[in-house]
Structures are given as structure tokens and as C-alpha cells.
Design a protein. Structure first.
Length: 266
């Protein structure tokens, strides 16, 4: 074996081992930080330090999982100020992808209690002002929405909500919970509408295939519209935005598929 090839193999092997060692040390570091966080407390003060831990981990984790991000519509976001982010929900990776894209906007999600039990990150997201919600108790849900509104009013974080309330296994939009619109109404902030596609394939493709994930910011619904309309009307507009975006993409994909079939049959 030529000496140069031997050196290259040694270098690559060393690089792989170094990456694995760094990953192991980082996980241990996260564990130590997570242990110091109460697993029951709801935090109302945003920790920039724990947000850094969350963002830094995500920056490396998504490429490591073979995720390739494609983002459109960032120019439609408010230039400044807090907002409520509302999107469709297909996968547990949806919020991870979205906070990666919007790292500089400090998004805190309202999420089911089970997500706060995830190894390490379940506690770290608490320090980033993520809020657990009891979806089976309307009165308790309203309390969570009021806490979220306070975080917005105090300019602490922006809030992420999935109005469907759970993941859609069919990829079709599920019925919306109009009550989720009350967060923006109470806080008097705009709603940013976003759709994600491809996140449902990440777990299936890993580790042998890359996954293309598309994040499309559709529009920012202004405060004037939110404060002058009912939750039902606002919810209908958010849903219409998402349906229009998703159906437009589906039509284009079908046209491309039909064209490929026609070319193959020639």
C-alpha cells in the first residue's frame, strides 16, 4: 500500500474517532446541565445559555441525521418584535427544524408533557421557556395560553403552536383548535404561518439516506386582523394559508411526476 494512501486512511480514522469523542463529551456535558434543571418547574425567564446549548446541538444533529434544509419566505417574517408561529404538524422533528431555521428569534413551543421527559433536552427546553400543555383539560390549556401570552407581552420569547394539536399521520391537515389563536389575541402580536414538508421521512431515511426538508413561511397575519376578528375567523385564515401552500406544492410535484412518466413512455 502506497505511503500516501496509508496516511489518508489514518487521517480519516483519526477524524472519525475525534468526532465520536467530541459527541460523547458533548452528551455528557448536556447531561450535567440537564441534571441541574427542575423537571417540574415552568420557567418564565429565558436562559440564553440553555438556548445556546439547544441551538448548538441542533446545528450538528440535523446534518448528522442527513437533513438538508430548503427554506423560503424568510422575508415575510416581522423584522422585529415577538410573534406566534403556527405550522402544520407531521413529525416530532417539526419544531426542531423550525427552531433551527429561526435560531435568532428564540422560539418556545407549547408542547405535550411527554416531550419534557426526553433525555437531556426535555429539561433544557424548560429553561428556554417551552410550555407543557394538558390537552385533555380546556381550563388548564387556557392557563398555558395565558402564560404564553405573558411571555410574548414581556418580550421574553416568540411562541410556537401547532393548531392541529397533534401530528397528522396521513399528512392531511387535521381539524384546528380555534382556541390556540387566543395566544396571539391576548398578547396582541402577529401570527406567522409556516408549513413544513419532509420531516416525516427523517426517521425512516436515517442513517442510509439524506432527507430533504422544506420550510415555507407563507405570511404574517397582522395584529389589526387578529384583534378585530374572532378566533374562528383567524383559525380559518391560518388553515387556508397552509392548505393553499401545501396543495400548490402537491400540484407541482404531481405535474413533475406525470412529466417523468410521459418521458419514460416515449
Amino acid at each position: 500500500m502506497p505511503d500516501i494512501i496509508y496516511r489518508i486512511i489514518l487521517f480519516l480514522a483519526g477524524a472519525v474517532l475525534a468526532c465520536l469523542a467530541f459527541a460523547a463529551l458533548w452528551v455528557i456535558f448536556l447531561m450535567i446541565n440537564a441534571i441541574l434543571i427542575s423537571p417540574k418547574k415552568v420557567y418564565t425567564k429565558h436562559s440564553k445559555y440553555h438556548r445556546f446549548l439547544l441551538n448548538f446541538s441542533t446545528v450538528f444533529a440535523l446534518p448528522g441525521a442527513g437533513v438538508r434544509l430548503h427554506v423560503t419566505g424568510l422575508d415575510k417574517l416581522p423584522k422585529e418584535g415577538r410573534f406566534v408561529l403556527m405550522g402544520n404538524h407531521r413529525s416530532k422533528f417539526d419544531p426542531i427544524v423550525t427552531w433551527r431555521v429561526l435560531m435568532d428569534r428564540d422560539i418556545a413551543y407549547i408542547s405535550k408533557p411527554e416531550n419534557f421527559k426526553v433525555f437531556c433536552f426535555g429539561r433544557i427546553i424548560r429553561k428556554c421557556c417551552f410550555l407543557p400543555i394538558n390537552r385533555t383539560d380546556p381550563r388548564d390549556s387556557l392557563k398555558t395560553f395565558m402564560k404564553a401570552a405573558d411571555l410574548l407581552k414581556n418580550d421574553t420569547v416568540s411562541i410556537g403552536i401547532y393548531p392541529e394539536g397533534t401530528r397528522s399521520k396521513t399528512l392531511e391537515l387535521l381539524p384546528f383548535h380555534d382556541g390556540t389563536m387566543k395566544v396571539a389575541q391576548m398578547a396582541k402580536v402577529p401570527i406567522v404561518v409556516v408549513t413544513t414538508r419532509g420531516t416525516e421521512n427523517i426517521a425512516h431515511n436515517f442513517p442510509f439516506k439524506n432527507t430533504d426538508v422544506y420550510v415555507d413561511f407563507i405570511e404574517t397575519i397582522p395584529v389589526d386582523f387578529i384583534t378585530s376578528n374572532s378566533s374562528h375567523v383567524i383559525s380559518a385564515r391560518v388553515r387556508e394559508d397552509m392548505e393553499r401552500s401545501l396543495s400548490s406544492v402537491e400540484r407541482k410535484e404531481q405535474e413533475l411526476s406525470d412529466r417523468d412518466v410521459a418521458l419514460n413512455n416515449q
